[in-house]
Design a protein around this ligand. Structure first.
Ligand SMILES: Nc1ncnc2c1ncn2[C@@H]1O[C@H](COP(=O)(O)OP(=O)(O)O)[C@@H](O)[C@H]1O
Ligand SMILES: [Mg+2]
Length: 372
């Protein structure tokens, strides 16, 4: 069973109770009076690729450094394969690590960089280095120095070095962030297939939601030293557990709805059919959906969840156009809609025009209003 979304601080759920191969158990860290990590619980299965995703400063690197033993935690412990490693020195934890900056030894050639941590005889080391060079697609550059390599090649060397001793755990701190977009995407795919092939349990830190969605089996979304949600990329994107997650991962529409006398929610005077529910006592709420869940119609046809909107702006985004619309019945309500050339409403997207838009009932989620 995949762990369902859970909140830290809530009653322990499956995700925590399940004997994770790597378990983070109540890890807390302060720097002076600043709380960098507020009792983090996390379970990572053997062979899983977990991304710690969150904005800059939310504590991702601090957590990774604690996993690595490079930073002591104030409270809590870590379990790796049933063993309490929470107070072991880094060398006794058996992980490989890659940082954002390449962190290679500039005075050693590629082969020596990769073989640095290998405590085997010369012949065995040479064989292993060759194997790793092949693995990361760098055969042929063994004798070069880091300064003679591109950024992407340097990160491959760093990855090969991290994997050299076949560690139980691979820790990655924004390993692709310094690379340009094309190399980054290429290496992203390679990293994913390499991780699958080796089956090495991996924890990767990133602030890039696209990267996390593309790479991870499981994403832990962090905010201000806490985990807001743990789930598959699909769960985090489709069923965000909080407004923070909904806004940080992908783009969100937030639409104000009021309960009518029959108990249904209305938006701009139109009754909204919605698969989600919310506490019955609330007379108003906020409806959430993604821009791709808003369908622009070529013609008006009465139907569920269909409202008139006027097109304020159309932005070209490559594969789709993103329209910024406002509801005709409530001008202050803005709706983003991503429309592809294959959608019937594509040609209707002309600024100043009025178009019917339909909200996909099964994609809508209800949130309590933000507290004022
Ligand atoms: N050694 C330190 N001393 C004081 N504050 C620190 C130290 N390391 C990190 N911090 C603070 O802790 C917070 C989390 O940092 P970090 O884990 O690096 O965040 P992230 O990797 O998510 O960007 C930041 O506000 C940072 O300034
Ligand atoms: Mg960081």
């Amino acid at each position: 069973m995949k762990p369902q979304a859970f909140h830290v601080g809530a009653v322990p759920t499956q995700a925590v109770a399940e004997p994770g191969w790597l378990r983070v158990d109540g890890i807390a860290k302060r720097f002076g009076r600043f709380t960098a990590l507020d009792r983090i619980d996390l379970a990572v299965r053997r062979g899983e690729f977990l991304c710690l995703l969150g904005p800059s400063g939310c504590g991702k690197t601090t957590l990774l450094r604690i996993l690595a033993g490079l930073e002591p935690q104030d409270a809590g412990t870590l379990w790796l394969d049933g063993r309490d490693i929470g107070r072991l020195p880094p060398a006794a934890r058996h992980y490989g690590i890659v940082f954002q900056s390449y962190a290679l030894f500039p005075n050693l050639d590629v082969a020596a960089n990769i073989g640095y941590g290998l405590r085997t005889d010369r012949a065995a080391r040479a064989r292993r280095v060759q194997e790793l060079l092949d693995l990361v697609g760098l055969a042929g550059v063994a004798a070069r120095y880091p300064a003679q390599l591109s950024g992407g090649q340097q990160q491959r060397v760093a990855l090969a070095r991290a994997l050299a001793t076949s560690p139980s755990l691979l820790l990655l701190d924004e390993p692709l962030s310094a690379l340009d977009a094309q190399v980054r995407e290429h290496l992203r795919r390679e990293l994913r297939s390499l991780q699958r092939k080796l089956g090495v349990t991996t924890v990767m830190v990133t602030h890039d939601q696209e990267e996390a969605l593309a790479l991870a089996d499981t994403i832990a979304v962090m905010n201000q030293g806490r985990i807001e949600q743990v789930g598959t990329p699909e769960q985090v994107y489709r069923q965000p557990a909080s407004r923070f997650v909904a806004d940080f991962v992908g783009r969100a529409n937030w639409l104000p709805v009021q309960r009518d006398t029959q108990g249904a929610f209305q938006l701009g005077g139109v009754r909204i059919a919605c698969a989600d529910t919310i506490a019955p006592g609330l007379s108003s709420a906020t409806l959430f959906c993604r821009p791709e869940d808003v369908r622009v119609q070529p013609h008006w046809a009465p139907g569920a969840n269909t409202l008139m909107a006027s097109v304020d702006r159309v932005d070209f985004m490559g594969g789709v156009r993103r329209a910024t619309l406002s509801l005709c019945a409530a001008r202050e309500v803005e709706i983003l809609a991503d429309v592809s050339p294959n959608d019937a409403g594509f040609d209707a997207l002309v600024p100043g025009q009025r178009v019917p838009v339909t909200l996909q009932a099964e994609r809508l989620r209800l949130f309590e209003n933000a507290s004022p």
